[in-house]
Every structure is written in C-alpha cells, then in structure tokens.
Design a binder for this molecule. Structure first.
Ligand SMILES: [Zn+2]
Length: 340
C-alpha cells in the first residue's frame, strides 16, 4: 500500500445501490463532509403518479434529490420545503420533506409553453424555470418561527442556485451534483431514478472557508473585485466531485459507498449510518375537512358540484368528497345567518 496512513475501511462497501437512502460521509483529511442520495421507488412513485411531460418530471426529480440532500441534514423535527417561483413554462415546484424522511412533491406548469419548449429543443432546467427565485423554508410547527432562505433563479440550473445560496447566504463552499433518468427495461414501463451528491468544505478554522465578497456593484471604476484564493483542500474536493458522472448517481449497479470510495479513497473516507426516505403525503380527510370549514360560506358554495364538494390533493392526487352540510364552518360571532 503506497500510503500507510490511509484509513482502512472496516467493511467492504456494498456492491449495489440501496435505493431511497441518504449516505452521509466525511473526508476528515480535507475537512469535507457530504451526502449521497439514491432514489428509486420513491421518485418513481411520485413522478409516475403525476405523469407530467418528461422534461418536467426530470426537473421535479432533480428538485426532489436536492430537497432530500438538504432536508436530511436537519437535526430537528419538522418540515423542510423547497419551492421555486419563476416566469418560465414551469412556474412552480414544491417539494416537502418531513423529518425523518417523508417526501411529497408537485409542479405547476403551463402545458402549452412546456410543449413549445420541447418542440424548440429548449427543455433544459434553466429554460423551463426561467427567472424568479428559489425559497427554502424550515418549519418546526406552529409555536416556532419559520426560517426562510431565498436565492435568485436566473435562467440557470437547480445546482447553480444551490451553489449561489450556500455562497451568498451560508458562506459555506458547497458543490451539488444532481441526476435523473428514466430506466428502460424490456416489456415493462419505464421507471424513474434519481441521485445526487452534496459536498461541503467545513474546516475548523472559519478563515479557511472564506469566500469572496459579492461584486462591488457601483464601486468606482477600476476597483478590483474582491478575490480570495480557495483553500487547497476545497480545490481538491471540488475537483473530485466535478468528475462524478450522471450515470454514477443513478446506476443501480453503483452503490453510494463505492462512489465515495472511488472519489476519496486516497484521503480516507468515513461513511455514517444511512437515512431512509419514502414517498408519503401528509394529507388526510380530517385536515381537508378542517380546511374547508375555515373557508367563507360563499367559497364553499362555489365548490359544490353534483351536490358534493370534492378536493383533490395536488401532491398525491387523493380525492376527498364531502356533503356540503358536513363541512359547515362555525358561524363567527356577529355574522348574520342568511338562511334564517
Ligand atoms: Zn396528498
């Protein structure tokens, strides 16, 4: 062995991918931490049920992989919500992660504009999203304040937005890779797979993680933009994650452990207990009923069709049907009862 100091793994890495798991890892010699996510049945269940046009499914799959990478890092009970709001053909993506690992997701898009984008060969993530913002919200319940981080989407990919968010808001050097593909198998229908990897430089001395300030904007002409040389350890980590091929993130024959081993075995890499994730919605008949009861009577009246009120969950397509008299709200004090 060339280097006697490298850490020897205590067990051999799993040969094949374990789907719907997040594998945290650490490369102590380079002050790097990261996670790898592999999604099989989870992403296939969500995307197959929605049956969106393929480029919209692919984009939502990337957003799901990104949400799982970020949400699985939360040490708290609660929800992590990633949401885009943009002016492109896909005007909104919503991905909802509930600890410890329940995911639901949906997209809102203009079908005609998506079809035109596909026709024009401009159905990449940046073109579908357009311009607007990406919001990340941490919600720990009614009694605690919400945290929200925002970053501009400017015609780039979700990876670009994640890099910009960590650079400008968190000041943590970060690289993200995301991949989504349809797996073709003879006879059977296509199934979706997704994967992703996040790598962060977290040195003990915060000085080493410093990033260049924002561009000086209207500073006098000739002012040099603030530049800082990147730490050698981060340059090495960043260069390594940039070699990750899409196929390595989605190939069932490549385990997460083999992938991190391929990248970091020379420096020594430690993996931690994986986190399981699953596609599961949080809607229920009682929550839909409570929502309907909170609406003004006039709004409920407009929802009645064939004598019933139907509500379909945008995330999981479950439909809940109520007789109008079962979802009458409590009349608020002072409100006159028109039916009297
Ligand atoms: Zn639902």
């Amino acid at each position: 062995m060339a280097n006697p100091h490298i850490e020897i793994p205590v067990r051999a890495p799993a040969a094949t991918s374990v789907d719907d798991t997040v594998l945290p890892f650490e490369v102590a010699a380079l002050d790097l931490r990261g996670r790898v996510v592999r999604l099989g049945p989870l992403v296939d269940e969500i995307l197959a049920r929605h049956n969106y046009p393929a480029p919209v499914s692919k984009l939502l799959g990337e957003a799901i992989a990104l949400t799982v990478l970020l949400g699985s890092a939360l040490k708290i009970e609660g929800r992590f919500i990633l949401q885009t709001q943009t002016d492109g053909p896909v005007r909104m993506l919503i991905i909802d992660f509930r600890s410890p690992g329940k995911i639901r997701a949906c997209a809102r898009f203009d079908a005609a504009r998506v079809a035109a984008a596909i026709e024009a060969g401009k159905a990449d993530a940046g073109s579908l999203l357009g311009r607007g913002h990406l919001a990340m919200t941490i919600d720990q319940g009614a009694d605690t304040s919400r945290y929200q981080g925002l970053v501009a989407l400017d015609g780039g990919s979700l990876e670009d937005a994640a890099h910009e968010y960590f650079r400008s808001s968190e000041q943590i050097p970060t690289r993200v890779r995301l991949a989504v593909a349809e797996e073709l198998s003879a006879g059977a229908r296509h199934s979706w797979r997704a994967g992703g990897m996040l790598l962060q430089f977290l040195p003990k001395s915060p000085d080493r993680a410093r990033v260049a300030d924002l561009h000086p904007g209207d500073a006098p002409e000739g002012t040099a933009p603030h530049a800082l040389p990147e730490d050698d350890a981060w340059v090495e980590g960043r260069s390594l994650i940039e070699t990750v091929e899409d196929l390595e993130l989605i190939d069932p024959a490549m385990s997460s452990e083999r992938l991190v081993y391929r990248l970091f075995h020379e420096r020594g890499v430690r993996v931690f207990r994986g986190i399981d994730v699953v596609a599961e919605c949080s809607c229920s008949r009682p929550t839909v009923e409570a929502m309907l009861k909170s609406f003004p009577q006039d709004d409920r009246d407009h929802m009645v069709e064939d004598g019933m009120i139907s509500v379909t969950c945008e995330f999981c397509s479950s439909t809940y049907r109520f007789a109008p008299e079962d979802v009458q709200g409590e009349p608020s004090p002072g409100q006159s009862d028109d039916k009297a």
